[in-house]
Design a protein around this ligand. Structure first.
Ligand code: SAM
Ligand code: SF4
Length: 469
């Protein structure tokens, strides 16, 4: 039940302004594009006009220059770390009708299931035994009779479940919009990031694709991060479901949303996700999305986001195949899921397999295979959860991130959490690839940061666990 009603319609998104900016940007020449790229390299972010200029790039030489700028920013701010997580689907019942989703109310082809707390614990144990430390709890918008308390209990179950020396140290959630009071309870349950995708910021397209249930209300969804932040959740994640409407419109609308958050709360989103619509059982739209985003445009989107909001993490899920995922790492992605299932019970008893999943996955590799691949490509697989556990969230995180101070924490923590994974969970081939990477990184890390990293890694090599700075 909604207790806080937003003013409606909200003025967060100004469609006329977006269309005017898009029209002006079509007239950009190479000189203007290079001017924007030079600004982007200063790592102070870009405004909507500048983002629009970059979106118009077609020329191969200019495109390469933009990718080079994105690689530069990614490298300066994030180095070669990639944070790993897994989604945990606790239920696929839903009262909404989203045209693209297999969980939608009217889909009779889907096998429905809500996990009990015991089943959730069993799934979590499997994920811990694979080596995961971060989970993203996901659900359709219908809970068993205890309502929202079911979600709170699930979070408690996840944190309580232990296996061997492992545990889940950060639970992020992607669940339907809540009231301020419910968000306060979610914060009390110890969540990391609250994540929700607007799907499309285009009001008319939104109405066409969301035809039943609470999700019909565009404004209730658009104001969700305001309520989360009012409730004290300062790490929030946003996103657009790419394929519903023109991606260029969505990018500028997202800029307006970010601008609104920064103005009102002094901090923008902690992460941005870039889901592309994938085939889903019982959805003809998902077979052929009306504004399907090509692989080329997808790379552009990642690179432009990296330049526009340099300090906001970019999340790449297993919707994408291994090749596409690899190509986006250097352009700006900082977090990836691995070994994922999108059906409740999918890790353990296989939860009715494809008949219960939300959408088809593009990357079916195990966490171990992804870690080996990532390490072989020269990236450090990180399982770090230090920031949120030390209260380095929201504006406090940005205060460290913007002057580049966060690297002093992230680089050593990435290596120590990676070493923990290698010692406790990796297969021999992955362990070897990972150890080579850690040794190389330690040798190259300068001064005090290098010393801190060596100390943390050697403590893990002896027997300590969960060490971080
Ligand atoms: N039910 C809540 C909601 O809709 O916000 C939260 C969980 S929902 C399972 C998570 C996200 O999955 C949605 O926001 C949507 O963007 C994405 N999704 C749904 N169907 C998809 C599809 N066919 N391909 C890719 N992503 C999809
Ligand atoms: Fe339900 Fe979310 Fe799927 Fe929509 S996207 S049908 S709200 S689970």
């Amino acid at each position: 039940m909604k207790t806080t009603l937003p003013q409606r319609p909200t003025t967060i998104i100004n469609e006329a302004e977006i269309n005017a900016i898009l029209a002006r940007a079509r007239r950009s020449d190479a000189a203007r594009i290079r001017e924007v790229l030079a600004m982007a390299r200063e790592m102070n972010g870009l405004d909507a006009e500048e983002v629009a200029v970059l979106m118009e790039i077609q020329d191969k030489v200019l495109l390469d220059e933009m990718f080079a700028a994105a690689r530069f920013v990614k490298d300066q701010i994030y180095g070669n770390r990639l944070v790993l997580f897994a989604p945990l689907y606790i239920g696929n019942l839903c009262k909404n009708e989203c045209s693209y989703c297999a969980f939608r109310l009217g889909n009779t082809e889907l096998k429905r299931r809500t996990l009990t707390q015991e089943e959730i614990a069993a799934e979590v144990k499997i994920l811990i035994d694979q080596g995961h430390k971060r989970l993203l709890l996901v659900s359709g918008e219908e809970y068993p009779k205890e309502g929202f308390n079911y979600v709170l209990k699930a979070i408690e179950t996840i944190y309580r479940t232990k296996s061997g020396r492992g545990e889940i140290r950060r639970v992020n959630v992607n669940i339907a919009p809540l009231t301020v009071d419910q968000f306060k309870q979610l914060k009390g349950a110890g969540i990391g990031t609250y994540q929700l995708f607007q799907e499309t910021y285009h009001r008319e397209t939104y109405a066409k694709n969301h035809t039943a249930g609470a999700k019909k209300d565009f404004d209730w969804r658009l104001t969700v991060m305001d309520r989360a932040m009012e409730a004290g959740i300062d790490d929030v994640g946003i996103g657009v479901l790419l394929g519903l409407y023109d991606w260029k419109f969505e990018m500028l609308a997202m800029q307006q949303h970010i601008h609104h958050m920064e103005e009102r709360f002094g901090v923008g989103p902690h992460t941005i996700s870039v889901p592309r619509i994938e085939p889903a059982i019982g959805s003809t739209l998902a077979e052929r999305p009306p504004h399907a985003v090509s692989d080329g445009d997808f790379m552009k989107i990642v690179a432009i986001l990296r330049l526009a909001v340099p300090y906001t993490g970019i999340i790449m899920s297993t919707r994408e195949n291994a090749e596409t995922r690899r190509a986006t790492f250097e352009l700006g992605v900082s977090q990836i899921s691995a070994g994922s299932r999108s059906n409740p019970g999918g890790y353990g008893d296989h939860g009715d397999g494809h008949d219960a999943e939300q959408f088809q996955l593009g990357d079916h590799r195990s966490l171990d295979e992804v870690v080996r691949d990532v390490a072989s490509l020269g990236y450090t697989p990180s399982f770090c959860t230090a920031c949120y556990r030390l209260g380095r969230t929201g504006a406090d995180f940005m205060d460290l991130a913007k002057p580049g101070l966060i690297k002093a924490h992230c680089s050593p923590n990435a290596l120590s959490s990676c070493m923990e994974y290698l010692m406790d969970y990796a297969t021999p081939g992955t362990k070897q690839a990972g150890e080579e990477l850690v040794n190389r990184e330690l040798a190259a890390m300068p001064g005090d940061i290098g010393k801190t990293a060596c100390d943390l890694v050697s403590r893990v090599r002896k027997t300590e666990r969960d060490v971080f700075v």
